[in-house]
Design a protein around this ligand. Structure first.
Ligand SMILES: NC(=O)C1=CN([C@@H]2O[C@H](COP(=O)(O)OP(=O)(O)OC[C@H]3O[C@@H](n4cnc5c(N)ncnc54)[C@H](O)[C@@H]3O)[C@@H](O)[C@H]2O)C=CC1
Ligand SMILES: O=C(CO)COP(=O)(O)O
Length: 336
């Protein structure tokens, strides 16, 4: 049976949730956007601007902001865009109102610190009757909100339903490519944030573009090792949600993760950097849990290990760099 996607719910009115709502909003469709902060919902509904998280972008009239998650319960599809550490509680709050079989598209990029779970597992725990999907790829919120060309992976097990959803949401400038490997898509999105911190540190320390490129390539190798060990498909990692997002995030100061690394490399303290920003930097929470996961499975992830150790205050930036450079040289294609 053909599913008609007319009404959308977006959980989280940060930069990315707001950009997704803007992309979804078009004539004849309604987008309910849940904001945690009353002033954000108010500004969107009255001034048609998200003054806290996405300043300067005039928002479309189809977007209706709300502070009540239950207002999203009747949507034909939900986009879950709260930061990874807050995703569980927002999904749980939808349990009573969401219709069984509703697609829930997970858009946050991270691993839950308390449980070590990726977002698909969190969704399964909290809304077992939802149809899971993952949307991930190289996509800065400001680019999407301004209508600049963007391509992402949208992974859903039911390819026919995924195709219908993509047809309902795609525009000439927002192009989701269908995949069926949800785990691969979410691993790429979570791990690239940690690797972007490493790249930022290297550039901030003045180690040069050769070191930067080496970190991206070796980071890609460790991301792929983890993905394959957890049962994801290699092709997903070569695509938009893997290599594509890794390249974007590791190369641009627009990335919060990359810019946090840059500041660390220049000698700023982690606490000061975080205190000065009004934006989530997912790699900070993901790095320690990623290290835990890799160690538990015996997967070698030296760059992510080094970032975790710096974030946890166990070693300095200089010690992390020395540790990486002192690693024994070995064959490039070693798998573990
Ligand atoms: N900004 C971007 O360009 C992109 C972001 N993402 C991902 O989207 C997710 C959300 O990031 P942004 O929209 O950029 O966030 P943001 O940094 O713009 O805003 C922070 C968000 O966290 C929410 N928040 C804070 N405390 C909360 C709580 N206790 N419960 C629920 N929500 C809470 C705020 O309401 C706000 O929506 C992250 O996982 C990020 O990795 C993915 C692709 C692009
Ligand atoms: O995921 C992103 C781009 O695809 C945004 O990255 P940051 O969270 O590092 O800004």
């Amino acid at each position: 049976m053909t599913k008609h996607f007319k009404t959308f719910g977006v959980i989280g009115a940060g930069a990315w949730g707001t950009a997704i709502a803007q992309m979804l909003a078009r004539e004849g469709q309604t987008v309910h956007l849940w904001a945690l902060e009353p002033e954000v919902a108010d500004a969107i509904n009255t001034a048609r601007e998200n003054t806290l998280f996405l300043k300067g972008v005039p928002l479309k009239p189809e977007i209706r902001a709300t502070n009540r998650l239950e207002d999203l319960g009747t949507a034909d599809a939900i986009f879950a865009v709260a930061p990874a550490q807050h995703t569980r509680v927002t999904l749980r709050a939808l349990r009573a109102s969401l219709r069984p079989g509703t697609p829930v598209v997970l858009c946050s990029k991270g691993i839950e610190l308390a449980t070590g779970e990726f977002m698909t597992q969190v969704l399964k725990d909290e809304l077992p009757e939802a149809v899971p999907a993952v949307m991930s790829g190289p996509s800065f919120a400001i680019d999407v909100a301004r209508g600049l060309p963007t391509a992402v992976t949208l992974a859903m097990e039911d390819a026919a339903l995924g195709t219908e959803l993509i047809q309902a949401i795609s525009t000439p400038t927002f192009r989701p490519y269908l995949g069926t490997d949800l785990l691969g898509a979410e691993i790429g999105g979570a791990v690239k944030n940690v690797l972007a911190i490493a790249c930022g540190i290297a550039l901030g320390k003045g180690l040069g573009r050769s070191a930067h490129a080496a970190l991206i390539a070796r980071g890609y190798a460790e991301m792929t090792r983890l993905a394959l060990a957890l049962g994801a498909e290699a092709e997903t990692l070569t695509g938009l949600s893997g290599l594509g997002d890794l390249v974007l995030t590791c190369s641009s100061e627009t990335s919060r993760n990359m810019s946090l690394g840059l500041a660390l490399g220049k000698g700023e303290a982690l606490g000061d950097i975080l205190a000065a920003r009004n934006a989530v930097t997912e790699g900070v929470a993901t790095a320690p849990v990623l290290r835990r996961l890799a160690r538990a499975r015996g997967i070698e992830m030296p760059i992510s290990e080094a970032v975790a150790a710096v974030i946890e205050g166990e070693i300095s930036v200089d010690e992390a760099i020395t540790a990486l450079l002192m690693r024994p040289v070995k064959a490039e294609a070693v798998k573990s």
